[in-house]
Design a protein around this ligand. Structure first.
Ligand code: AMP
Length: 474
């Protein structure tokens, strides 16, 4: 794969990274409500804020807020979203700034009329483009990289929105699964590497839906039609769905972390059930890193499928030895580390009867900072485990993501500075086993190619920094 590596100094830049979910509804009398439900189904993709923009006649209506989807949209707020067309966005980010101004969809007026946009992914040359646009007099409303796309669309000399979108996107680099709403169309686009997912669904009585994940279709009774292809743009109008491949194609780089952790297990990506893929990763993990043990327990919910695969392959009984309080958000998602540390105990409680006196295999999907796993090992020991063997359904995370998954800086990633034995010692586990990169790839579907940058440090698209440098190509 073409790619580049970066020096630790370059990787220290704390870029805005966003995990997001996007949705678009075309031609349904309850577009606003359905957008709300699909955002609800995709809540795991972003918990910091959400927004919906609807189109009624030629008027755009927007409701945005910070926090969880059901806290933002009550009955009264949904009443403010009339119309048969809608787009929506779930947001989470660390840098780039919290705050309402950064909640999408973004809406902008242009010479061709109004356009609304929802973006999942991260642009790697946004800073350079933003600096250039500001030098030329542009005024930005938000601090998120997505806004440069709207500026490029507004400045394009092309005569239609689809052409302007193509013109704008040809100038950006990185990961984007985008949905646009204009007065005449709903447009969905995936970047030429296909970093982030985007799927097309259909309602029985004719309308269409675009969403990051297919689990959203199930909730609103839409039928899955197909995935949008890497580099493809679909335009949905009164005439139906038209498609084009306007960008120079690159080797596929679908984010393998979507299968490992990020997507919901009831979604289907690339024709493959995320649940089945994750279970298979657990099977490969058991083959690569077997353990002499009495019971396999998952870290719920992220480790459940992987642990089941591990248990099936190893023949060791599977039990729920840790119970999750579902009314607490994902610990990693809490922005401040003081809350995150506290969160592990709020979130998980051991079942002593499952654990006491046993040699326990604890399975999770990944280790990021290591703080959660360390607390869990301690918790399982305190519940009376004779031995604790940690098994992880992915390789060591050594490098941050620049294409749309929120990972901390390189220094905070425990895998960037410690080897597996040092991490085992830090966790106080009796043993630690990661799935290898080869094992992960072998356990995952044969799609057109994966981005494994967080595990390998090989970045398929260069990251442009404020001071442009020549990335090291290999
Ligand atoms: P840590 O304490 O940072 O090692 O947290 C590891 C846990 O965070 C694992 O249980 C993962 O399931 C979860 N996790 C991994 N990546 C992410 C992410 N990008 N956002 C939220 N949670 C994550």
């Amino acid at each position: 794969m073409n790619g580049c590596t970066f020096t630790p100094e370059e990787l220290r830049h704390d870029k805005p990274r966003e995990e997001c979910g996007v949705v678009g509804i075309y031609n349904h009398t309850e577009a606003g409500n359905l957008a709300y439900l699909t955002l609800y189904a995709q809540q795991h993709r972003g918990q910091e804020g959400a927004g919906i923009v609807t189109l009624n006649g030629s008027e755009f209506h927007a409701v945005k807020g910070q926090g969880l989807v059901p806290d933002i949209f009550n009955h009264a707020r949904l009443q403010e979203l009339p119309g048969n067309y809608a787009i929506g966005h779930n947001r989470y980010s660390t840098a780039g700034g919290a705050g309402l101004k950064n909640v999408q969809p973004l809406v902008a007026g242009s010479a061709l009329g109004t356009i609304a946009m929802a973006h999942n992914g991260n642009l790697t040359n946004a800073d350079l483009l933003r600096t250039r646009l500001i030098d030329e007099g542009a005024i930005f409303q938000s601090t998120i990289d997505s806004e440069v796309i709207l500026h490029l669309i507004a400045r394009s000399r092309e005569r239609s929105f689809p052409r302007r979108i193509i013109d704008a996107l040809a100038q950006v680099k990185g990961g984007f699964s985008l949905i646009f709403l204009t007065e005449n169309s709903l447009v969905g686009v995936r970047d030429p590497h296909g970093f982030r997912p985007l799927s097309l669904g259909r309602f029985v009585d004719g309308g269409y839906v675009l969403a990051s994940e297919t689990c959203a279709f199930d909730l609103i009774g839409a039928r899955f039609v197909r995935d949008i292809r890497p580099g493809e743009m679909v335009e949905i109008t009164r005439e139906g769905v038209s498609t084009c491949m306007p960008f120079q194609l690159h080797e596929g780089a679908f984010c393998i972390f979507e299968y490992v952790y990020f997507s919901r297990v009831d979604s289907v990506i690339g024709g493959h059930s995320v649940w089945m893929v994750r279970k298979n990763q657990g099977r490969f993990l058991a083959k690569e890193s077997p353990a002499e043990a009495d019971v396999v327990i998952p870290v719920p919910d992220s480790g459940v499928a992987t642990a089941m695969g591990f248990a099936e392959e190893s023949g060791i009984p599977y039990e729920m030895g840790l119970i999750r309080n579902h009314y607490v958000g994902r610990t990693f998602i809490e922005p401040q580390s003081s809350i995150r540390h506290f969160g592990v105990k709020i979130k998980l409680n051991p079942v002593r009867e499952v654990i006491e006196g046993k040699r326990v295999v604890v399975v999770d999907d990944s280790i990021v900072r290591g703080t959660t796993s360390r607390k869990i090992v301690e918790m399982v020991r305190k519940a009376g485990a004779a031995e604790v063997h940690m098994r992880i359904g992915s390789p060591k995370i050594i490098s941050p993501c620049f294409y749309g998954i929120d990972t901390p800086t390189r220094e905070e990633l425990i895998g960037s500075s410690k080897n597996a034995e040092e991490i085992r010692a830090y966790l106080s586990a009796d043993s630690l086993g990661y799935l290898s990169e080869e094992g992960l790839l072998a356990a995952s579907p044969k799609l057109g190619g994966y981005c494994t940058a967080c595990f390998s440090g090989r970045y398929p698209v260069s990251v442009a920094f404020d001071q442009p440098r020549q990335p090291q190509l290999f």
